[in-house]
Write a protein that binds this ligand. Structure first.
Ligand code: AKG
Length: 325
């Protein structure tokens, strides 16, 4: 494990060298097909395999996500897909513009949840899937596990996400957690940004009953309406010419300041409960206070299909799954 970790850390350091990033992007030309198209549409001057950041692309894209628009609720309520939802989902969507999240209790049933956990355990035991090199999470297991894919690609979930965004959307990635992530407060926008902004929704699924001690996910209601915190807001000095700035620590510090004194809500949940969150909602993983507690859960991040998707933190275009467009 120590060797794997050292290799991973060395890889991360290498990933800050611009020429290495460019070479990596060229190697992933196919996965960058949607990104390349957006570069052209947005009239970007740099090469598609070069760096991309908010300060460069901001204002080039057109459109605002449906529930971020002042008239969004009225449009949503006129949509027959909205009328077909149950009353609690309708109410959650009505509150979204204020809260930035939607709780869907019992969205998945016990069999669906058990099937996903069973398949992940089986694939982990056989070595078919492996934990991420830095922490106890499995990336993109839905590509191996049909039971996890059934949750992540659920038509009802995708339908809700498309109603929120007012655009067609698709799954970008999943993360399966066996234990609490204890991840610092952040918004997905720093990691997975869109131009125009606001075109990502996160879906978090409880895969077992999760109490306070297990380190539930937390969120700050209404924080999606704060300005998006981007690289240019962090005051990080310009890096030497061939390097990409290391902004992670500065971001974490700013987010800690931002969250201090605000009302955070811990999402203690029953298996099958789901939390959807806005692109800019501040959230994270709270501390695990019961040693040894598991906290099985699945996160999916969904992008609108017709926007530029990129990683503000590492300044590169997003590698999209096959068939995303
Ligand atoms: O599950 C968690 O603890 C946090 C997950 C998260 O923040 C994310 O995937 O964006």
């Amino acid at each position: 494990m120590a060797l794997r970790e050292s290799i991973a850390r060395a890889r991360n350091r290498l990933g800050r060298f611009r020429p290495v990033v460019a070479a990596g992007q060229i190697l992933h030309r196919e996965q960058l097909r949607p990104t390349r198209r957006r570069y052209r549409e947005l009239g970007m001057s740099g090469p598609w395999f070069g760096l991309v950041s908010h300060s460069e692309v901001a204002g080039r894209g057109q459109g605002v996500a449906l529930l971020d628009r002042p008239d969004g609720l009225a449009e949503l309520e006129a949509d027959p897909r909205f009328a077909a939802l149950d009353a609690s989902l309708q109410q959650g969507l009505r509150e979204w513009p204020e809260t930035g999240y939607l709780v869907a209790k019992g969205f998945f049933d016990a069999q669906e949840v058990a099937a996903a956990n069973e398949e992940v355990d089986r694939f982990a035991a056989s070595g078919r899937i492996q934990q991420h090199h830095l922490d106890p999470r499995y990336m993109n297991v839905h590509r191996e596990s049909a039971a996890v894919a059934a949750l992540a690609e659920d038509e009802r979930a995708l339908g809700l996400i498309e109603l929120i965004l007012g655009r067609r959307a698709g799954l970008f990635q999943t993360i399966y957690f066996q234990t609490g992530s204890q991840q610092e407060a952040h918004s997905d926008a720093f990691h997975m940004m869109t131009e125009p902004p606001g075109f990502l929704v996160g879906m978090w699924v409880a895969l077992e009953d999760i109490d306070e001690g297990a380190g539930p996910v937390f969120y700050v209601p209404g924080s999606h309406r704060l300005p998006y915190l981007m690289s240019e807001d962090l005051g990080v000095p310009d890096p030497p010419p061939l390097l990409i700035a290391d902004k992670g620590d500065a971001y974490v510090r700013r987010m800690r300041e931002l969250v201090a004194g605000t009302e955070t809500v811990k999402f203690t949940a029953s298996a099958g409960d789901v939390l959807f969150w806005h692109h800019n909602l501040t959230h994270g993983g709270s501390g695990v206070t019961r040693p040894g507690a598991t906290r099985r859960s699945l996160v999916g991040h969904y992008f609108a299909r017709d926007v530029l998707c990129y990683h503000e933190v590492t300044e590169r275009g997003a590698l999209m799954p096959a068939g995303f467009e």
